[in-house]
Design a binder for this molecule. Structure first.
Ligand SMILES: Cc1cc2nc3c(=O)[nH]c(=O)nc-3n(C[C@H](O)[C@H](O)[C@H](O)COP(=O)(O)O)c2cc1C
Length: 361
């Protein structure tokens, strides 16, 4: 019998060959929002390494949706064309690829991390940032509060981004609704102080995300999976912060609106206590959401060994295992995991001589 980690999973019309997922990682390597040779090699290597699903780095739906001027985008046709060969190469290796669509909201307009990641004002190549409320999220500047008309424009930009993702050939779409970015700025009362239909009650604070999901579902094929990354908790003891029970409640609504998978990350406004961070520390979030709602979940955060990854699936704690930094260290982690766990490897034929089960007869 194949180890659980290497069992396939069907989500709508997409069949994943295993449960290993490349977690989204910003590369800050896209002037004008364009992916290029770096992305072909970076994502292509992980596809060659046997990953089941790649989720791209956060990809902005508008120039103002970026974190830095170097983030990828899907707000114009040139960006669609730039993504196409990357998507095709990944798929040719038997992997699937989802684009992570996002908007940084009040966390936008920063310098490249190598230049210090400080806030960039408009006269230094940055832009005016907007959020749910005029609440500073980086202790360096205060964003403006979005008007209701601007919120409607944002939702339309996400739908347009989703249309472009379909054109570029992506297998699936993930909405980045965690890490203190735009959607999180609305659903967490830590950042949302609005008094209109998008603020106040839980139902109001999750409206932007639900309306965006609805708008995207209306323009993508029925057969295309839609994933959402949540920050399952705010890492804050404040009573009005976002807690796991809120994520369970939100997941039920997302499910009703046609979301297929929730990946459970955490934080974005404050960091966890050091003592809280260790191997598998965010897994309980995916496990609880899965147990309470039955939705497919992805676990992420300090998962670094084949055995940990296999146990998560075998024990029913999650349906997908997301790897970020471990996959930077070893793009061939899935092939290594297959060897360790005794799964039939699926190394590319070109690499057959390095993987005994693929040695030509
Ligand atoms: C270089 C880097 C860039 C990241 N960029 C993103 C991103 O674009 N979108 C996102 O949702 N998470 C992003 N993350 C978070 C990862 O997807 C992941 O949740 C986190 O690193 C924990 O997983 P790990 O312990 O396997 O690294 C990034 C992490 C790293 C290390």
């Amino acid at each position: 019998m194949e180890p659980h980690l290497f069992s396939p999973l069907s989500i709508r019309s997409v069949q994943l060959k295993n449960r290993l997922v490349m977690s989204p990682m910003q590369q800050y390597s896209s002037p004008d929002g364009l992916v290029g040779a770096w992305h072909l090699v970076h994502l292509g290597s992980r596809a060659v390494g046997g990953i089941g699903l790649i989720i791209t780095e956060a990809t902005a739906v508008s120039p103002e949706g970026r974190n830095t001027p170097f983030d990828t985008g899907l707000w114009n046709e040139a960006q669609v064309e730039a993504w196409r060969p990357v998507v095709r190469f990944v798929q040719d290796q038997g992997a699937k690829i989802a684009v992570q669509l996002w908007h940084a909201g009040g966390k936008g307009s920063h310098a490249h991390p190598a230049a210090g990641f400080h806030h960039l004002p408009p006269d230094q190549g940055g832009w005016i940032t907007k959020s749910a409320s005029a609440v500073s999220l980086d202790q360096q500047h205060t964003p403006e509060a979005l008007t209701v008309a601007e919120i409607q424009t944002l939702i339309a930009e996400f739908a347009q981004g989703a249309r472009r993702a379909v054109q570029a050939g992506f297998d699936a779409i993930e909405l980045h609704a965690g890490h203190g970015y735009l959607f999180h700025q609305f659903y967490s009362a830590l950042a949302n102080h609005r008094t209109d239909d998008y603020g106040g009650s839980f139902d109001n604070r999750v409206q932007l995300l639900l309306q965006t999901v609805q708008a995207i579902r209306a323009v993508i094929p029925e057969a295309m999976p839609l994933l959402v990354r949540l920050s399952a908790v705010d890492f804050s003891a404040e009573a009005h912060a976002w807690h796991l029970a809120d994520s369970v409640r939100l997941t039920r609504l997302l499910q009703q609106h046609g979301v297929d998978v929730v990946t459970a990350s955490a934080g974005g406004f404050s960091a966890p206590e050091k003592s809280q961070v260790g191997p598998l520390y965010q897994v309980p979030y995916a496990e609880k959401i899965r147990a309470e709602t039955g939705v497919l979940t992805g676990a992420v955060g300090l998962i670094t060994t084949p055995q940990q990854a296999n146990d998560l699936i075998a024990n029913g704690q999650a349906d997908l295992v997301l790897l970020a930094r471990e996959l930077l260290r070893d793009p061939y982690f899935p092939l290594r995991a297959a060897a360790v766990l005794g799964a039939a490897t699926a190394a590319p034929v070109q690499y057959g001589r390095a993987f005994p089960t693929h040695r030509p007869h």
